[in-house]
Write a protein of this length. Structure first.
Length: 509
């Protein structure tokens, strides 16, 4: 599946249909949406704009596959071997996938390649969980045997975002396939190309028809139709908090399982015993990797007053040194944001920060040497002297944007960190082991990094609290949530039983 990076005419632009029942098919209507290269603004492909009818077709395909003998009756060991084969197929097509993803979402090629190299492990880990799965025998009172049976929950509706298209998709696909569920995916309209490519790759690797379906389109139309469909059993969504609230409400009406990974405003607490240069390097990595378009972006630097001025000065210099450019070039360190709309959002928050009295120490605009590129570039931006009441402290920007706030005591640092409606991730910089564990315990979030940032592992649960969502991805927690649990109670005695005769005798006695 090739895509032209810089198409010269309409004839170079491929149009992609939906992926239903193991093949690419046309949409119900001829309406299409343009897919842009965010580095140039060029149209690189067109996709079908899926309708409610298209969503229904995909759902019926997923339901047939879930109930069909080829998938539902597949032995666990056979399924685990297939999931491992899918991991191998992903690895074999890695070059195609990371190049296509770089063109489609604008993330520098070095970042994309490093990220996608990890993805095959997601599938292998879940294949291992499938092989290691055991149902429980539960000790209960009396002469009874109590055991559990687990059955795959069913069809999973999955809405994926633009920032990490394949990685976030694969976090869901791995337990879906390993558990025996099926899925209908609605990828972001900005970045559908690698999702469509992966469906083809997996189909060619032997994934049965209907297990993995894709309906492309806009969130308010196609995504809404998917979330409002009555015949799915689990909803997985990664996106903004507002989208999660709307989709989750629909899922709640049909009592579907939910895993929602939503917004974030990650605090990074830097204590004076930690090396400032190292803290600054981590701060830049946490805030600007992926152009800051990640829900765990280190967007609130909370820094002890004793090292505050030095930290501000060095982070400003670091931000100004980052090389902005074409994401396909290996020398590029920061690519564009996904769209002009997203760039304008970042620039709006620059204005909010200035209006509220924060001190702009780096960035805040469009890099002059990229202003005629057609791409959606914005400078890495750093604000200092930010208070907890400011919008740039409280609201998610989703771009290469971070703020710095001083603190005097551990208690104040924790209070500042927890002063947020979000609770996805946090980071701590300290050499004091006791403090590190004490503060980690006090932070209101689902993920904490101590002296690191952005690290994940398929065995480690991932998710948030408060407005950052519900449920967990990765780890056995995610795998287990793809099953319904049935309790079986067996009477092990041959004692006669007649409740009414027994209660009559009790009254007579």
């Amino acid at each position: 599946m090739s895509v032209q990076a810089n198409p010269q005419s309409a004839k170079n632009i491929e149009t992609h249909g939906l992926f239903i029942d193991g093949r690419e098919v046309a949409g119900e209507t001829s309406e299409t949406l343009a897919v842009h290269n965010p580095a140039t603004g060029d149209i690189i492909a067109r996709i079908a704009h899926g309708t409610a009818g298209d969503v229904d077709r995909a759902m019926k395909s997923a339901r047939r596959a879930f109930e069909g003998k080829d998938w539902a009756s597949m032995p666990v060991r056979t399924r685990a071997r297939l999931v491992n084969k899918l991991a191998d197929a992903f690895e074999a097509n890695l070059d195609e996938l990371y190049q296509l993803e770089t063109i489609n979402n604008g993330r520098p090629v070095n970042e994309t390649r490093a990220q996608l190299r990890r993805v095959p492990d997601f599938f292998r880990y879940n294949a291992g969980l499938a092989l290691a799965r055991r149902d429980a025998v539960i000790p209960v009172e009396g002469e009874y045997l109590n055991y559990t049976l687990r059955r795959p929950v069913g069809v999973v509706a999955n809405c994926t975002p633009f920032n990490h298209p394949l990685m976030i998709l694969s976090k869901s696909l791995a337990p879906v396939f390993a558990s025996g569920c099926t899925t209908v995916v609605k990828p972001s309209e900005y970045t559908p190309l690698t999702t469509l490519a992966l469906a083809r790759i997996f189909s060619e690797a032997g994934l049965p028809d209907g297990v993995f379906n894709i309906v492309t389109g806009l969130g308010p139309t196609t995504g809404k139709a998917l979330c409002e469909h009555p015949d799915y059993n689990k909803l997985v969504l990664t996106g903004g908090t507002e989208a999660g609230q709307i989709a989750g409400a629909h899922a709640g009406r049909i009592f579907a399982h939910q895993t929602l990974e939503l917004g974030g405003k990650t605090p990074v607490l830097t204590f004076p015993d930690f090396d400032v240069d190292r803290a600054v390097n981590y701060a830049a990595f946490g805030a600007f990797i992926g152009a800051g378009q990640t829900c765990v972006c280190g967007s609130r630097q909370i820094v002890h007053k004793d090292v505050y001025d030095e930290f501000v000065d060095k982070l400003a210099k670091k931000a100004k040194s980052i090389r902005i450019g074409d994401p396909t070039e290996t020398t590029t360190q920061l690519g564009p944001v996904i769209s002009e709309k997203q760039r304008q959002r970042v620039l709006n928050y620059v204005k909010f920060g200035l209006d509220e009295g924060a001190r702009l120490v780096a960035g805040g605009g469009v890099p002059k040497y990229m202003s005629n590129s057609g791409g959606y570039y914005v400078e890495p931006t750093v604000f200092a002297d930010v208070s907890a009441k400011m919008r740039i402290f409280q609201e998610e920007v989703f771009g290469p944007f971070t703020s710095i706030t001083p603190f005097s005591s551990e208690e104040e640092a924790i209070a500042l960190a927890n002063d947020s409606p979000f609770g996805l991730a946090a980071a701590i910089r300290t050499r004091d082991v006791s403090r590190a564990h004490r503060v980690a315990s006090a932070l209101q979030c689902g993920i904490v990094w101590i002296n690191d940032h952005h690290r994940l592992d398929p065995a480690s649960p991932w998710g948030g609290v408060k407005l950052s969502g519900v449920g967990r991805e990765f780890g056995p927690e995610s795998f287990e949530d793809h099953f319904e649990v049935k309790s079986v109670m067996v009477n092990m005695t041959d004692q006669p039983f007649d409740w009414y005769e027994q209660t009559t005798q009790q009254r007579l006695n």
